[in-house]
Design a protein around this ligand. Structure first.
Ligand SMILES: Nc1nc2c(ncn2[C@@H]2O[C@H](COP(=O)(O)OP(=O)(O)OP(=O)(O)O)[C@@H](O)[C@H]2O)c(=O)[nH]1
Ligand SMILES: [Mg+2]
Length: 299
């Protein structure tokens, strides 16, 4: 919960500072501290352009707010070069109430970090994860950014528009490990949603990921506000599942390590990573780990 406009402004300033001053010791320490205080269920939402992601988020956020839970949103805009727009929310994407202090939207430009997503998405996720009950990240599923969403989310929702050919594309592309929940969007629009549903259900065994979580398919309509109670309860089941044993912990440590590795590759190339790979351990403090590695490497 952030409760007040003042806190919202502070959060927005901190996110800005991360972008302008990421390598400073002060920011590194702050990020590690917030990393240890994680709270939110991080939900990545992906799908082809126009599949209905933002509309779905809009309705889902309303549903979450009715349950009196707070929610942060990171919207990754592949076309924009400028980040920001945090304070009042991004009106072009979501029609959320700007005076609701329990909802916070951050738009991020996708600069050319590996995977086509802003390199600040990860640290911003860490900050917002420590504050809200839910953190939703929207990204357009184009190429590599699809796998990137898996690297920063606890759960990935893949949106598929009925009759869009996405079903076939999806199966062909072999990205079976991406979704944890599949949503068929715009089911008010045409009768193809039943066919899409049957298609996907029939091939469920292909995209069953190997960690025993069962992927369910949910039908929604954002324009008619249908399916959001099912989607919400599926999200809660997933969270419950992740919190059994050390599933969530393991998943997040892997993500931390991957993020550190990506940063090393970005700066020192594959050769650099090879040299230090065995020394990376991110059980805690990934940000100072990265900083230390960067400062110690001398090629
Ligand atoms: N009929 C109908 N139209 C919808 C529904 N959800 C979204 N749309 C429409 O589909 C179009 C795209 O919706 P968005 O929510 O912007 O889709 P998106 O996936 O976020 O799009 P990008 O961010 O541009 O990739 C808009 O014109 C929406 O009004 C729905 O449930 N029913
Ligand atoms: Mg969108």
């Amino acid at each position: 919960m952030i409760n007040s406009l003042k806190k919202k402004i502070e959060l927005s300033e901190l996110l800005g500072e991360i972008e302008s001053n990421f390598d400073s010791e002060k920011i590194t320490k702050k990020l590690d501290l917030l990393h240890s205080k994680s709270k939110a269920h991080v939900i990545g939402i992906t799908g082809s352009p126009g599949a209905g992601k933002s509309s779905l988020i809009d309705k889902l956020v309303r549903f979450i707010r009715k349950k009196k839970k707070s929610v942060g949103i990171i919207a990754i805009d592949p076309s924009s070069e400028k980040s920001g727009g945090a304070l009042l929310g991004d009106r072009t994407r979501f029609l959320l109430n700007p005076s609701d202090n329990e909802v916070f939207v951050r738009s991020m430009a996708s600069k050319s970090f590996l995977g086509g997503v802003s390199e600040f998405t990860y640290p911003s996720m860490i900050v917002m994860r420590s504050i809200f009950d839910f953190l939703i990240i929207e990204t357009v599923g184009v190429g590599q950014s699809e796998t990137f969403i898996k690297d920063i989310s606890d759960s990935v929702i893949l949106c598929i528009q009925p009759g869009s050919g996405d079903t076939v594309q999806f199966m062909k592309s072999g990205i079976f490990e991406i979704p944890d929940i599949i949503v068929i969007t715009k089911t008010d629009l045409n009768n193809l949603s039943d066919i899409t549903y049957a298609d996907l259900s029939g091939s469920k065994s292909y995209f069953q990921n190997n960690n025993k979580w069962e992927i369910n398919i949910i039908k929604t309509s954002s324009s008619q506000n249908i399916g959001f109670d099912q989607l919400y309860s599926e999200i809660l089941s997933r969270w419950k599942w992740l919190n059994i044993g050390n599933r969530k912990k393991k998943l997040r440590i892997k993500q931390d390590e991957k993020w550190v590795e990506k940063n090393i590759i970005k700066e020192f190339g594959d050769r650099g990573l090879k040299k230090i790979k065995n020394t990376i351990s991110c059980k805690r403090n990934p940000f100072s780990t990265l900083r230390k590695i960067k400062n110690s490497i001398n090629f």
